[in-house]
Structures are given as C-alpha cells and as structure tokens.
Design a protein around this ligand. Structure first.
Ligand code: ZN
Length: 457
C-alpha cells in the first residue's frame, strides 16, 4: 500500500466559513496515494483569491462543509410512496415497515444501502449515522458472521463514497417486560451482554466509525441500559437513543418505572456529552433540563416527525438548556438535509407564530459540524485548516437559487435550495459527486429502483 501524499487545490467561488459567505477561496488539500482513500485533509485556506489558481478544481456556487445525516435507517427508503396511501399513526406505519424488515438479506440490504447512500452523496451528505438493528436472520438465528448485516452497511457506504458511523443498536424487547415480537426476533441479541460481545468484533476503518445505540426505553430493559452505556463509555464512542418519540412510549415508561424516559436514561448512565437523543419530542421541563444539563445532544428529524405525525419537539428549548442539535433524514421520506434544517426553524415558526428562532449559521452548524460531532467525527464539518476535506457545493444559479446576492447564498441554500441543487460532493479530498453526477455509482435512480423492487417482490 502506497503512502505517497499528494496535494490538490480547490477554488471555491463562494465558501461558507461558519459565520459568513466569503468570495474567492482556495483550499489546499492533502490526500494519500490510495485511490479509494478518504483521508484527505484541508491543509490551508486562502481567502482573497478572486481567480482560480492554475490547476485548481473549480467549484462554482456556494461550498458548504459536508452535511452530516445523523440519523438513518437505510431500509426505510423502500417504504417511500408506499406508506403515503391510507391513514393511521406511527404504529400502523410501523407494521408496513416491519414487512420490509422481514425481507432484508445481507445481499439485498447491501444493494439497497449502497443506492441510498449514493442518494445521500447526491444530496451533499458526506457522513451518515446508521441506526442499525436488523442484525440476524428472520426468526433471530445469527448469520455465520453475526455482523454480516452491519458489514454490508459499512461496505455500502464505502462504495457510495461517504463516511458512516454504524450505530449498532441494542434491541431486546417489544415493550416494558415484553419479549420481542415475531418481527423483532431478528433485531435481538437476547441480552445486552450478548449485544456487546457481538459489537466488539466490529472494526473501525478510514471511512467507518463504530458507535452504539439503545433502540428506545421500550426495547432495552432498564436493568440492561448500563451495559450499553458502559460499552460506549469504554470506547469513547457515540451513543444514540430514540427518546420520547411517542406519547404511548412515555405512558408505558411511567407505568413500568414511575418516571419519564429521559429520567430513566439519566438514572442508568445513558445521558452525557457523547450521547444523542433522537427526536426528543414529548418532554417535560425536567426532561429538557436533564438532557441539556448533561450535554446530551438532540437529533431532530423534522421531515420524518411530520410524516409520522409525531409532533414537534422543543428543539429551541433543548438547545437553550445546553443540548447541541443535529439533523437526520431518519425514515427517508425525503433525503434532503437543507429541508431538515429549514423545517426545524419553520416548525418553530408555526408553533410560536414568531420568526427567527435560529440564525442561518446555527442551522448550518447543526447540519455540518455538530452533526459530525454527534457521530464521532469531531474533526469534520468545517472549512478550515486541519479539518477533513469533506465539502459540498450548492448551485446559486438554478431556478430555485438564482436572484439573491451571493453574500446571501447561505440563506438561499438553507431556505430555498433542495438536494437537487447539489452540484459537487467531495469526501476526503475526492469528488464523489461531480456536476450533479455520482462518480462511483453510475445510475443512482436505477440502483434505487432495482433495490427497492427486490424487496417488494
Ligand atoms: Zn429512527
């Protein structure tokens, strides 16, 4: 394996530097000789470069740090469209979701995830947090390699050119004191100890980190929560948990344990600065203080939360209490982090009938640096020397984005652009998307169609 270093120069017509749009920025990026490597870092940022230096790769439009999709269940992409027919609740939606989970194999999941992660790259996403719980064969029998499903996801991300944090999820029960149901057998390792033993075999690599997840307080018995928390603590790994997405879950938790999910998680050592609560929707004032005061993050998934009729979580109050915010496309009703960012602000506007709860800079921080930090990629998500060379360029000359002054490019990107405006995506200093086309997966729509139809058969 060669270790030769090479230097590349990117010229950014406009760059988001965390506080403002800067015109004419040249980035020097150092990458290793390995063609598949994703290890490139920004070594210098030259502002005041009005014209591209000779030999530079030219990125026209507004270049943002790479977007982090902090909460994903890749297989839910197969439900798009299907679940929009008829009425119901989260719980009826879940039945349809389980029917797809039943059909996944290591091969079909790899094929679907590769296409879904390629769709993410086309949307400017450079890192995904995959909340992964379909571990075993239907009925719960482990595969010959008990991590074959997780490995399929890690491999899919490599082939689609993005980073992944595999949040290997502990899922042991169907409800408080209830064994797993028929559909859930393949999610369960039996005990948190067995879960920990299986996950300990997973190895990190250039593009992949390993983290942990507690599916929810209904899926992990209270006396086993500490085992998962300890596993993450020992590795200083990210730990995610679905937290208070549904009121029925809160009611069940109060009945079984006499306290809220947030209180239960706090009492068993699950909350803390490396932990992220996903959704954090139905909270008491004490819950907000517990989450914020412990530095636990909040991953909002607004397009899923509205799609599943979950409700609107108190993101602004959580952030004020000390909880860093990140964003995820979760069920992939759509994959568009710009939409997630603006939806968080727009939901709050609808609820309060006032505007401007977050600045554009704060929304972009959730979509970039804080999202990466929630996934354990602390050195990613900013355009500065030393950061990983992960960035994405949004067109400012499309039908959606043409018109505003370039210095308002960030407002335009967050409040008017869509994933369709993503022109380039660079991961580790290498183009994964160039001029709107994926460089590694030749026909992403066809790959999605093929993978989804295989799961419908
Ligand atoms: Zn989820």
């Amino acid at each position: 394996m060669t270790t030769t270093e090479r230097t590349r120069t990117y010229w950014l017509e406009h760059a988001w530097l965390g506080t403002h749009v800067e015109p004419g920025v040249a980035l020097t990026v150092s990458v290793s000789g390995s063609a598949a490597g994703r290890d490139g870092r920004i070594t210098a940022v030259h502002q005041g470069t009005p014209a591209p230096p000779p030999g530079a790769e030219i990125l026209r439009g507004l270049t943002l740090p790479g977007l982090a999709n902090a909460h994903s269940h890749a297989f839910h992409r197969a439900l798009r469209g299907t679940v929009q027919v008829g009425s119901g609740t989260f719980w009826t939606w879940r039945e349809v979701m389980y029917s797809v989970a039943d059909r996944l194999t290591p091969e079909s999941y790899h094929e679907l995830a590769r296409a879904v992660y390629a769709e993410m790259a086309l949307a400017g996403i450079t890192a995904v947090g995959e909340f992964h719980y379909v571990h075993h064969a239907p009925g719960g029998t482990p595969y010959a390699d008990p991590n074959v499903m997780g490995e399929a996801l890690i491999e899919a991300a490599a082939e689609a050119g993005i980073r992944i944090t595999l949040l290997d999820t502990c899922y042991l029960s169907s409800g408080f004191g209830e064994p797993p149901g028929a559909h859930q057998l393949r999610f369960s390792d039996g005990t948190a100890e067995a879960w920990a033993e299986r996950c300990s075999v997973l190895k990190e690599r250039d593009h992949a980190r390993i983290g942990a997840a507690v599916h929810s307080v209904r899926a992990v018995p209270a006396d086993q929560l500490a085992t998962v928390a300890r596993w993450a603590e020992e590795r200083r790994a990210p730990l995610h948990v679905h937290l208070s997405e549904q009121t029925a879950e809160n009611d069940g938790c109060r009945e079984a344990h006499g306290r809220t999910p947030a209180r239960l998680l706090a009492d068993h050592g699950v909350l803390g600065p490396r932990t992220t609560g996903v959704h954090n929707t139905h909270l008491t004032d004490e819950d907000i203080a517990l989450i914020g005061g412990s530095g636990t993050g909040t991953c909002m998934c607004p397009t899923t939360e509205r799609d599943l009729a979950d409700g609107i979580g108190p993101a602004a109050a959580l952030q004020s209490a000390g909880s860093p915010l990140s964003l995820g496309s979760d069920s992939h009703a759509v994959i568009d982090l710009l939409e997630e960012a603006r939806a968080m602000e727009l939901n709050e506007r609808l609820r309060t009938r006032t505007r401007g709860h977050w600045t554009t800079a704060a929304l972009l921080r959730a979509a970039t640096a804080d999202g990466h930090a929630a996934l354990g990629w602390d050195d990613t998500g900013t355009i500065e020397a030393g950061a990983r060379a992960d960035f994405t360029t949004i067109a400012l000359d499309s039908v959606r984005t043409a018109g505003p002054l370039p210095r308002l490019g960030a407002e335009t990107a967050v409040f008017a652009a869509t994933a369709a405006d993503v022109r380039h995506t660079i991961v580790g200093g290498r183009h994964v998307v160039r001029d709107g086309a994926h460089t590694l997966v030749p026909d992403v729509p066809q790959a999605l169609a093929r993978a989804v139809s295989a799961l419908r058969a």
